[in-house]
Design a protein. Structure first.
Length: 544
């Protein structure tokens, strides 16, 4: 983040404050238990590479930086792979849409090569997820996603451990909905956005698009057919602008409509075709005009487009906030549909597997940190004297850290690795393991201890815990918890289990007595492999 803001503002102090805001944001403290969600340093590096690519015409070192940073961000977290793709797509629109955009031909060609290389590198990692998802039909229902979506009040909540605001904002807290950006970040971001975009709006030397020059045949006498053709072309441009605006509004706000006007039926419920038509029309306009030309009525968008980077980060914040609300925005007891999110849920592979849209707040944190850097640079520019500027910037950085003060951090006590896990690590015979009793209901998260223990022996494990349980898992739990009944033994053999670890102390008293009595006479093919303190390890052999 320091490198990104220093690149955009040319101000190291602004970069330092933005880096502190980014690294110690409330969003980050809210996810200390999600190790993969703490690793989002690659996104700013990707943005550094993108800005340099556009500015310097797609130098290979800039393209490589962008590609490597995107790949590392994708490898850090599946969620962040999608978030980085959203940030990348928005950047492409920001840099390519304005009529004043730079030449992007070489950037596009080299980016295509880099994208192919990244796809080849990521395929071995993501292919198993794709295959499991297809096999088990892993997807999140809209109702489940709604539960973990942000609400407007989520942006008023801090993590409970925050020294100053944790208790005050408790009424606004919800699952993974602790998204308050911070007062310091908001103040500096608003100052940066208003200062930079206001300066752009007031500039009188803004590049403007000149009327298109279109070469057309004349009537042979030098007459006026060219004027008539230009008027016709402007009419098409106007109709195309109307179609573009209505399609975007429909995609974002309505989610599809169908009208009948007399015998005429007008419908737009799908968006892949209309967006493909828009891209083709834009390409055709580029060929006809011979250069980029603003659409009528949309020229003001250049104030948000390239080369005004603050416009991109305002857009990133807006997109992050909208997507964090998920498929339905809840305002009190009133629900408002979010058509754009639902379209992505339906059309983009894997998007329906994102259970927690509230995590899109990471994009909000990124955009606000950059805008805050602009705010620091603007405020520092108004202070005379180097010493006073350094003091002011240092004070802002101190406030950024002080606001997110979360001391002491909350830790979870983890039991020592068990003697059974050590025995399994040393056992020569390979094979999967099941650890009994299998936990159920609200205690299912205790299976994470079994997963931790498995890092000693790395054997396949029947036990598991995640936010998704495969179909039939709970039937297996019920059957195996009745061990050593015949159905349980049959299920063990069907799963290919080699060892059964029984922790007697973890059973309720009645069940403990039952299983101790039952294990006094082992079923055929079940033999005792080890007897440890409070633990029995049994080996499942082929039936006689």
């Amino acid at each position: 983040m320091f490198l990104l803001v220093r690149h955009l503002t040319g101000h190291a102090g602004a970069g330092a404050v933005a880096a502190l805001l980014y690294a110690f944001s409330h969003y980050r403290f809210g996810h200390l238990s999600h190790v993969q969600l703490l690793s989002y340093q690659w996104l700013p590096l990707m943005l550094v590479g993108l800005h340099r690519c556009v500015t310097h015409g797609g130098r290979w070192r800039d393209v490589t930086l962008t590609a490597v940073a995107f790949a590392m961000q994708a490898l850090s977290s599946g969620y962040y792979a999608y978030f980085a793709a959203v940030a990348l797509g928005l950047f492409i629109i920001w840099s390519a849409a304005p009529a004043t955009r730079p030449s992007l031909g070489r950037v596009g060609r080299r980016a295509a090569v880099a994208a192919a290389v990244v796809a080849l590198l990521l395929t071995p990692v993501f292919l198993p997820y794709y295959l499991v998802r297809r096999e088990l039909t892993v997807s999140r229902s809209v109702d489940e996603i709604r539960l973990y979506s942000a609400r407007p009040t989520s942006y008023l909540a801090t993590p409970p451990g925050n020294r100053w605001l944790g208790e005050v904002t408790r009424p606004f807290r919800r699952p993974e909905g602790e998204l308050f950006p911070g007062a310091v970040m908001l103040f500096l971001a608003m100052a940066g956005a208003v200062t930079v975009l206001g300066r752009v709006a007031l500039r009188s030397d803004e590049p403007t698009a000149t009327p298109p020059v279109v070469a057309v045949p004349t009537d042979g006498l030098g007459g006026p057919p060219a004027r008539h053709y230009a008027s016709w072309l402007r009419g098409l441009d106007f109709l195309f602008t109307v179609f573009l605006v209505l399609t975007l509004a429909n995609a974002i706000l309505l989610g599809g409509f169908a009208l009948r006007i007399g015998p005429l039926r007008v419908s737009q419920r799908q968006f892949v075709g209309p967006f493909a038509l828009i891209v083709g029309a834009l390409a055709a306009r580029r060929l006809v005009h011979g250069r980029p030309v603003s659409l009528p009525g949309l020229g003001w968008l250049r104030r948000l487009g390239w080369p005004h980077a603050a416009g991109y980060y305002v857009g990133l914040v807006v997109v992050g906030v909208l997507f964090s609300f998920g498929p339905t925005l809840m305002v009190g007891d009133t629900s408002v549909e979010a058509p754009l999110y639902r379209q992505l849920y339906r059309l983009v592979p894997g998007f329906d597997g994102l259970r927690v849209p509230a995590r899109f707040a990471m994009l909000v944190s990124t955009g606000l940190a950059v805008l805050a850097g602009y705010g620091v640079a603007a405020l520092a520019g108004r202070i005379r004297g180097r010493g006073a500027r350094v003091t002011a910037v240092a004070a802002l950085g101190g406030l950024a850290v002080l606001e997110s003060w979360t001391v002491p951090l909350s830790y979870q006590e983890v039991p020592e690795m068990s003697s059974a896990d050590r025995w399994l690590a040393a056992a020569p015979a390979p094979g999967p393991v099941v650890i009994l009793p299998l936990t159920v209901g609200s205690g299912a998260h205790l299976e994470t201890q079994r997963l931790l223990g498995s890092t000693l022996h790395w054997r396949p494990l029947v036990n598991g815990y995640s936010s998704f349980f495969p179909q039939g898992y709970w039937d297996t739990v019920e059957t195996l918890n009745a061990f050593p009944t015949p159905p349980a033994v049959a299920r063990l053999r069907a799963l290919g289990v080699r060892y059964v670890v029984v922790y007697f102390a973890q059973y309720p008293d009645r069940e403990r007595r039952r299983i101790r009595t039952a294990l006094e006479t082992l079923p055929p093919g079940i033999v005792e492999a080890a007897a440890l303190e409070g633990t029995a390890i049994l080996e499942v052999r082929p039936p006689p």
